[in-house]
Ligand binder design. Structure first.
Ligand code: DX5
Ligand code: ZN
Length: 219
């Protein structure tokens, strides 16, 4: 099956945000991945509600919102109101993860949890049945354009096993350093959704690059 493709708007040209979103509307992208960074959970600040609302005004595809923020429980309803279809919080940022997952679901959004590269996949054992999405970070969160961490394949396989064992419907989403080279191996390991930022937006033909990722051949 073809993966879902979620280009990361973080790597787009913010000076031409409307045109970038319209390009993604025309593309084979399935979701628009939106990276929210607070300068506390991660050492970088991206953008907040006004920009998200501007994206939503033009987007024709679901917004996949990745919250790299501390205490995300304070902002869930506001992100939903700003147009988030999927809301993903970091495992490492949630003291009461179960409560936060339920809070996301109560808004009607799909609920996701993201794991940093050092966080054991098995820690999701008691949450996986409640989740719609798990983001496996394949870089340390905070910046686009970083190098893919090879240990990710192993983690994807472990997560796939956990999902099957628990009868979960969660999709496995890979975020960071995804490109045409690692995509086939990620899909073979069990990935369902590929986020791609710099690989798409630095390409001379982003539309074709999205199509290529969508139709990547798994060996
Ligand atoms: C990293 C972000 C990613 C980033 C991906 O903290 O969560 O979504 O935008 O960008 P690339 O594909 O350039 O690694
Ligand atoms: Zn992200």
């Amino acid at each position: 099956m073809n993966p879902l493709i979620a280009p990361s708007v973080l790597a787009s040209d913010f000076g031409n945000l409307q045109a970038e979103v319209e390009m993604l509307n025309k593309s084979q992208a399935d979701w628009l991945h939106i990276d929210i960074m607070d300068g506390r959970f991660v050492p970088n600040i991206s953008f907040g509600f006004p920009v998200l609302e501007a994206i939503q005004r033009h987007a024709k595809k679901p917004l996949d919102v990745h919250l790299m923020i501390e205490q995300p429980e304070h902002y869930i309803e506001q992100f939903r109101a700003a147009g988030a279809e999927n809301i993903t919080v970091h495992y490492e940022a949630c003291r009461h993860l179960h409560r936060t997952i339920q809070q996301i679901k109560q808004t009607g959004a799909k609920a996701g949890v993201a794991l940093n590269p050092h966080t054991a996949v098995q820690l999701l054992e008691d949450s996986i049945a409640d989740l719609d999405v798990v983001i496996i970070m394949s870089v340390n969160p905070g910046f686009g354009g970083q190098k893919f961490i090879e240990n990710t394949y192993r983690r994807v396989e472990q997560l796939k096993e956990l999902i099957v064992a628990r009868g979960s419907k969660a999709l496995i989403e890979i975020d960071g350093g995804v490109n045409q080279q690692n995509a086939p191996k990620l899909l073979a390991a069990g990935a369902d959704v590929l986020v791609a930022g710099s690989f798409v937006f630095t390409a001379s033909d982003p539309l074709q690059t999205i199509a290529d990722l969508k139709h990547v051949i798994v060996h």
